[in-house]
Design a protein around this ligand. Sequence first.
Ligand code: ACO
Length: 435
Amino acid sequence: MTNSETKATLSFSDGSASLEMPIYKGSVGPDVIDIRKLYGATGMFTYDPGFMSTAACNSSITYIDGDKGELLYRGYPIEQLAVNGGDFLETCYLLLNGELPNAAQKTEFVDTVTKHTMVHEQMQFFFRGFRRDAHPMSVLVGTVGALASFYHDSLDINDPHHREVSAIRLIAKMPTLVAMAYKYSIGQPFVYPRNDLSYSANFMHMMFSTPCEPYKVNEVLVRALDRILILHADHEQNASTSTVRLAGSSGANPFACIAAGIACLWGPAHGGANEAALSMLEEIGNVDNIPEFIKQVKDKNSGVKLMGFGHRVYKNYDPRAKLMRETCYEVLNELGLQDDPLFKLAMALEKIALEDEYFVSRKLYPNVDFYSGIVQRALGIPTSLFTGIFALARTVGWIAQWKEMISDPEQKIGRPRQLFVGSPKRDVPPIAKRG
Ligand code: ACO
């Protein structure tokens, strides 16, 4: 970040104060005004619910240009990473270390991650404490947080080696935990990881093998899962990543911080959207019902939204949605499901929405979740686990952002301010005198 020669001046119409503030330039994207001295100089805060205009940190990991529909991990376009960038673990290496690995670095990284895929044997007792019908996200919030009670030897956040080991452990163990959550929910035995398989193939093995029958690796489906993971790996300062940073700003351990990120991701406005998008398609049920559904979406009082559409940052087609749509075709072709009614319904809904003035004028385009649910369903992943797969993919982004924050000399405990609109100081009345 560099200082701009231009400065911003804030002056009040009543002439009570005037403040000159520095402007910083990033490598790309909007400049920022440094308002840190504002309160000291004026006694006022800024008001920005939802962080519409506030940069809470500087970062060199992921960049989004929402108007162009561009997503870059460490400068590389998502389209290139998804098509020519190797597998998910290469993306993990890139996000964590800033550069793509060479062949030797890749081998070493894959080896290290692979050797951490098992979870402490006692972890299974955590799972067994949950009801079988518990939502996998609640199971993941609990079990990922619980990792902190097993891996004490990597909890010193001031030790770079500990941070590295925790990062690897989280990336390596998330697939095992997600698969365990699934197996527990359907009453099947947990399946141990297999180190001879790739990251994604091993996950499919832990999900779909049983003691009676091994999972037969299908490369098209493994590639599809790998693409889901790459596309969801990071997305700059979204709600769950900001949650991870905020939790981590107090010095909390990385397992606790990632558990906080998972809790935030669970919401339907964020990671829960893929599950909500599929449920929405199932509810619409038939192409003939689309006009009535669109009518409800446009009615502000109905509370109905077109799930999988719209994004805080993308005001153009989400680049991940294009890639996911491609994968959708590949997977459905591979499985002979070209005529899948839900996919047809999704295509019809997308077409109608993209031509409708309501969506056009608000720049509402499909986001990645519009298609990822259909792909995951075709892979055999149950709807309730969709957000869990998102959490698995996003773990690397969260941990890369957490590591970046810990080593940032400007980092401070996150402590937003407020505009207080409640009662001023008053005396507690005796109970007989209360209304
Ligand atoms: N369906 C119908 N109308 C919508 C939708 C939608 N999906 N999204 C936004 N709008 C409307 C809003 O009602 C608002 O209309 P108005 O100007 O008449 O009041 C306008 O478009 C602007 O929307 P905001 O809510 O201000 O946009 P915001 O940036 O706050 O919200 C969000 C973004 C939360 C993603 C929203 O678009 C949404 O809820 N989408 C559906 C859920 C979804 O798909 N989430 C996934 C996000 S991507 C991810 O997490 C991977």
